[in-house]
Design a protein around this ligand. Structure first.
Ligand code: UDX
Ligand code: UDX
Length: 425
């Protein structure tokens, strides 16, 4: 089939490369010319395991092309997937400007009978609103579908090729069938399909992220409590996870990234706006950010104040195997440390210094041990395997102080304390 993808971020590029790989012809557009130039050369503008190889393969097949022209892409698509970003505005509502621009562009240039597929995460009612926008402009028949993505960074390709489910919302059966046909090879491999109207599909997405985020805040508060009463927080989470109704969830300093914080905030805003306040979600959101402050306070107490102290940060990304620092807990910690007069040196296996050079005063090292040299404290904020594998005796040898902050519960208290560290969680 002939597909257009608008927006070449994590979702757009992964979807474009994957769809070309399963046999479709794909034109992917983005307004960012530098990004498009790189993509056409086969360079991925961010770090995502396996995506470089998949992109190379799809470009070589001749079925994938990138352009800066929305018009060119839209004219090339039987289905046009909208993958632009949907940030949260200060009042908690979702900024739908980019989606609306794409909808207008679609209405002007779409083929007869084309389908506008919203993949971006949007509040309920967006498909209906976009249909109204497009109906005013379009001269030809078209339909609309909601097909939210569930890909997590670091596993984006697997999540696209072997998804937990494919959710398709549409009001007409032939639109549903067209979207389903796009995923035929993936469905044939066993992927489950959930079909609904557009509003239901829209809520499935924001509610799924909100549910997962709430579980994280709950386990984090349980971990704080377990810690206080001398229980092992990781053991508690593991013991609980054996009940399949609970499942696996890791405690730590809380969730970050480009999705959970934004989607939770947006759903809270929508709940308030519609007179159905989501009180549990509000508490989970607040607990997530309290978790960051809590860790900072504990580090500061252990150091007797941070001013003039050297603090090393292990891991800047919001989770391992990505270079994404959007709303990363490490960044919150760094900003607070710098503000309060600490000297901060960080190391991350993938985050390049250019991605954090607006945090003035932050020094980036090129290895974990170099970063930890003469440190009063080391704070682990992202559980990269490299940190899990680090020899703690060598770490202790290069450090000046003994404080080890474990923002992701990767070390055992017993082990690190027996080595002479002061363990802070
Ligand atoms: C995606 C979804 O689109 C978002 O709604 C969801 O909540 C998370 O996943 P992501 O791929 O991570 O977002 O976004 P991002 O990496 O910010 O990429 C969006 C791209 O769209 C950018 O490259 C931007 O340049 C492009 N864009 C934005 C356009 O091409 N046109 C626009 O009008 C706006
Ligand atoms: C998430 C959703 O998982 C995905 O389905 C959706 O499409 C986009 O948002 P992502 O943000 O890439 O994906 O990462 P995820 O692996 O879900 O982690 C989000 C945050 O939660 C990270 O900061 C991570 O460290 C934290 N987390 C996750 C925990 O603290 N504990 C956990 O058990 C899982």
């Amino acid at each position: 089939m002939e597909l257009a993808i608008i927006g070449a971020g994590w979702v757009g590029v992964t979807t474009a490369a994957a769809m070309a790989d399963i046999g479709h012809t794909v034109v992917c557009a983005d307004l960012n010319a530098e990004r498009i130039e790189k993509l056409n050369l086969g360079e991925v503008p961010f770090f995502e395991p396996g995506l470089f190889e998949l992109l190379q393969k799809s470009l070589a097949s001749g079925r994938l092309k990138f352009t800066t022209s929305n018009e060119e892409a839209i004219k090339a698509g039987e289905l046009v997937f909208c993958c632009v970003n949907t940030p949260t505005l200060p009042d908690g509502s979702t900024d739908l400007n980019a989606v609306t621009q794409v909808a207008r562009a679609f209405a002007q240039d779409h083929r007869d009978g084309a389908v506008f597929v919203i993949k971006s995460t949007v509040p309920a009612g967006t498909a209906a609103a976009m249909r109204r926008v497009m109906t005013e402009i379009s001269q030809r028949p078209f339909t609309i579908a909601s097909n939210p993505e569930f890909l997590a960074e670091s596993t984006a390709i697997r999540d696209t090729m072997i998804p937990s489910r494919i959710v398709i919302g549409a009001d007409e059966s032939d639109t549903l069938e067209k979207v389903k046909r796009v995923y035929e090879p993936i469905i044939a491999n066993g992927a489950r399909v959930f079909i609904s109207d557009c509003a239901t599909a829209e809520v499935v997405k924001t509610a799924s992220n909100s549910f997962l985020a709430t579980r994280i805040s709950l386990i984090n508060e349980i971990a704080n409590y377990a810690n206080q009463v001398g229980a092992d927080p990781v053991g508690v989470a593991l013991g609980m996870s054996l009940d399949p109704r609970i499942g696996a969830v890791r405690p730590g300093v809380g969730y970050g990234g480009g999705c959970f914080p934004k989607d939770v905030q947006a759903l809270i805003g929508e709940g308030d706006r519609t007179g159905t306040p989501l009180t549990v979600l509000k508490a989970a959101h607040a607990a997530n950010y309290r978790q960051r402050t809590r860790l900072y306070d504990r580090l500061s107490a252990a150091l007797g104040g941070v001013a003039g102290k050297k603090v090393t940060i292990f891991g800047l990304a919001f989770k391992p195997k990505t270079d994404d620092v959007r709303d990363a807990p490490a960044i919150t910690l760094i900003d607070q440390l710098l503000k309060d007069g600490a000297q901060v040196v960080a190391y991350d296996p993938q985050v390049r210094p250019t991605l954090v050079n607006d945090h003035h005063g932050l020094v980036m090292a090129s290895s974990a041990l170099e970063a930890a040299q003469d440190a009063d404290a080391v704070a682990l904020m992202c559980e990269w395997q490299e940190f899990i594998d680090l020899d703690l005796k060598t770490l202790q040898h290069v450090m000046k102080g003994r404080i080890l902050v474990d923002g992701r519960y990767i070390w055992s208290r017993k082990t690190v304390e027996s080595l002479g560290f002061i363990y802070v969680v």
